[in-house]
Write a protein that binds this ligand. Structure first.
Ligand code: F6P
Length: 340
């Protein structure tokens, strides 16, 4: 077979190990792999690079993606869809492995509907793809945020301040939840829970009274109402660029105004997305990349490789896309236990 592989959407740790797994699994069985550059843009515009085992063997610990990525929606224009199909014919691709989050996998499903032979691999630091227990990228990216919170603890304690750490994650609170739990925040705000300013101020006051400082983790996706200065800019898939809303800075200002405690905010942003994938993400990306090749060889196009418990398996793309996996109530209940 001749495989194509692309990485689309926001980069995250684990993409390179996933590409590596696709290439090594495919070539082990005598198949060829062609890489498409910059996500769906590369398929639309026929931007390619051959991928041989020597190109990927050392990628297990490398962050980012050697293929590049983009947030190009290949079905935004009627002409583009035709270009995608033409490229796949011209490049003689028998199976395309699309590695990405909800947007990339939704485009993969659309391509399957138009006759494309595609299998998916879910990734995202947001951990919000339905149908899989975890997505790779999440553990590594969140560990960076936990490290940041620990650093903020030192400086908050020294200055007797409150500090708000704003983390990414879009409309799902997984990154904030795990950062708050693993980093020992005094209050953690996630989009799944309506914003409660009284509760936030109570936790900050309690923490400051107990030990002189307070740490708050806020997901970029929480709703504080419209903010002056926010442009409402959106990407090609229609997602608002949430970091521009700067909810962390807004929260810091509200905390300072209400409590009189000197307060700062930090927005970790894209620092979270870079760096070497951790153990969990290396193994998960490796298993899913290899499984996607197995799915394609079995003719199971239109499926996506996922993690369910201890097993990796294929499920229909329909079960993975369209709905975001958000934080369920039992996690929110656990989180509340650790508020100050
Ligand atoms: O989906 C991953 C993510 O990092 C989100 O958490 C964040 O809102 C978004 O991407 C940022 O997008 P961009 O890299 O286009 O600024």
């Amino acid at each position: 077979m001749r495989f194509g592989v692309l990485t689309g959407g926001g980069d995250c740790p684990g993409l390179n190990p996933a590409i590596r797994a696709v290439v090594l699994r495919a070539t082990e069985g005598g198949d060829e792999v062609l890489g498409f550059r910059d996500g769906w843009k590369g398929v639309r515009d026929d931007l390619t690079r051959p991928l041989a085992p020597a190109d990927v063997r050392d990628l297990i610990g490398r962050g980012g993606t050697i293929l590049g990525t983009s947030r190009t929606n290949p079905f935004a224009k009627a002409d583009d869809a035709e270009k995608v199909l033409r490229t796949l014919r011209q490049e003689r691709i028998d199976a395309l492995v699309a590695i990405g989050g909800d947007d990339t996998l939704t485009a993969a499903r659309e391509l399957v509907r138009r006759g494309g032979q595609v299998v998916g691999v879910p990734k995202t630091m947001d951990n919000d793809v339905a149908g899989t227990d975890w997505t790779f990228g999440f553990h590594s990216a969140t560990a960076v945020a936990v490290d940041a919170l620990e650093r903020l603890r030192d400086t908050a304690g020294s200055h007797h301040r409150a500090i708000v750490l704003e983390v990414m994650g879009r409309q799902a609170g997984w990154v904030a939840l795990a950062t708050g739990l693993a980093g020992g925040a005094d209050a953690t705000l996630v989009p799944e829970q309506p914003y409660d300013e009284d509760a936030l101020l109570r936790h900050v006051r309690a923490a400051v009274a107990a030990r002189g400082y307070a740490l708050v983790v806020a997901s970029e996706g929480i709703d504080l109402g419209a903010r002056p200065g926010s442009t409402g800019a959106r990407d090609e898939f229609g997602h608002e660029l949430l970091r521009e809303r700067q909810v962390g800075a807004e929260l810091a200002e509200r905390i300072r105004a209400a409590t009189g405690v000197e307060t700062r905010s930090a927005q970790i942003g894209h620092i979270q997305r870079g760096g070497s994938p951790d153990l969990f993400d290396r193994i998960l990306a490796t298993r899913l990349g290899a499984h996607a090749v197995d799915l394609a060889r079995a003719g199971r196009f239109g499926e996506v490789a996922v993690l369910r418990g201890e097993r990796v398996e294929g499920i229909p793309l329909d079960e993975a896309v369209g709905t975001s996996k958000t934080v369920p109530p039992e996690w929110l209940d656990l989180l509340r236990t650790f508020d100050a």
